[in-house]
Design a protein around this ligand. Structure first.
Ligand code: PBG
Length: 334
């Protein structure tokens, strides 16, 4: 036998043979496209740190959703930019809230397009935190504690109002303890026992959310989110978070952000049998866009490799601002 004994290159010789042995494939069926909905009419404002991503008002939303449906993307994730904010985020659970209105509109136009509702308060509170806060002054600075159990009632109200508006999936992203159990009970009681919960189980306190906070105008006005979102240094803690969500009745688990946390995706895939979601977040999008605009990278190749990496790491579903682009690329083929 000649040297080398094993020739790995035999299976890489041609497009055909590489296709035969390919282990991971991307399909449009796995994508969820996030959309930002704002009040007003005729709005289509590009988010400066996220080129190609816009705020839409209810009227301009129509064209965007049509494009998403035509591309075969099965689901959208809605974020709302409300007209007014207050300390408890009441526009998060108002019947005429922006997300509720957008949900009704989308479902009436395209009943088969899945609407995923992000259940959180930070876009709707004047302080920008994901729950109710108790504020106080210390050394002349405003400080605050995010109140866990008090916030749960508001989050349940939000989830139920989203389900009433027609949301197909409830995706709580607030990181309060017990949110899955509370929301499950609230949905069941309101007659929505068939609505699944896609839990943001493992959500890190990440700088990769920076552009989103500009897009959603949701940066915390004091403090940060480190008392409720996870420390990026921890992975055993991620297993504990996921475990309690499973026990509380979550139907899908999520890891967020994705790129810097591929090991966490893999770990959850190996330890749990629920469908797993990767959230390819705003900062991950902006970095690629900026480098591509500079001509430093090949956007299509980079995005394809990133999304493939998330699937290879164990994700079944990917939430990504690149969903429309990736769907187009998949349609165009090689
Ligand atoms: C709401 C929420 C955030 C994101 C999704 N849901 C922001 C945050 O936690 O600060 C971030 C999404 C992204 O960066 O693309 N809590």
């Amino acid at each position: 036998m000649g040297f080398p004994a094993v020739r790995h290159r035999r299976l890489r010789q041609s497009v055909g043979i590489r296709g035969l042995v390919r282990e991971t494939v991307l399909t449009v069926d796995d994508f969820i496209q996030p959309i930002f909905v704002a009040s007003g009419t005729g709005v289509k404002n590009e988010i400066s740190s996220m080129p190609g991503v816009y705020h839409f008002s209810l009227d301009t939303l129509e064209e965007e959703v049509k494009e998403i449906v035509e591309l075969g993307i099965p689901a959208v994730l809605l974020f709302g930019i409300p007209e007014s904010k207050d300390s408890i985020g009441s526009s998060a659970f108002a019947e005429e809230g922006i997300v509720q209105q957008a949900t009704r509109k989308i479902k009436s136009l395209y009943p088969d397009l899945l609407v995923v509702a992000d259940t959180c308060l930070c876009e709707f509170t004047d302080h920008g935190h994901c729950g109710m806060v108790h504020t106080y002054e210390r050394d002349g600075h405003v400080c605050g504690d995010v109140l866990n159990d008090e916030s749960l009632d508001l989050l349940v109200k939000t989830a139920v109002s989203q389900a009433k508006a027609g949301a197909d999936i409830i995706a709580p992203s607030n990181m309060m303890d017990g949110f899955v159990q509370a929301i499950r009970a609230g949905l069941d009681e309101a007659g929505f026992s068939n609505i699944p919960i896609m839990s943001y189980s493992v959500k890190y306190a990440s700088a990769f959310y920076g552009p989103f906070r500009e897009a959603a105008d949701s940066a915390p006005q004091f403090g940060d989110r480190k008392t409720y979102q996870m420390d990026p240094a921890n992975v055993r803690e991620a297993l504990r978070e996921a475990e309690s969500d499973v026990q509380e009745g979550a139907d899908m688990l999520m890891v967020k952000p994705a790129l810097a946390f591929m090991d966490v995706l893999r770990m959850l895939r190996d330890q749990f049998d629920l469908p797993l979601v990767a959230y390819n977040v705003s900062g991950e999008y902006s970095m690629v866009k900026a480098a591509a605009q500079m001509g430093w990278i090949n956007e299509r190749a980079i995005v394809t490799e990133m999304l493939l990496g998330m699937k290879r790491a164990g994700a079944d579903i990917i939430i990504t601002y690149f969903a429309k682009d990736a769907a187009r690329w998949l349609r165009e083929g090689k």
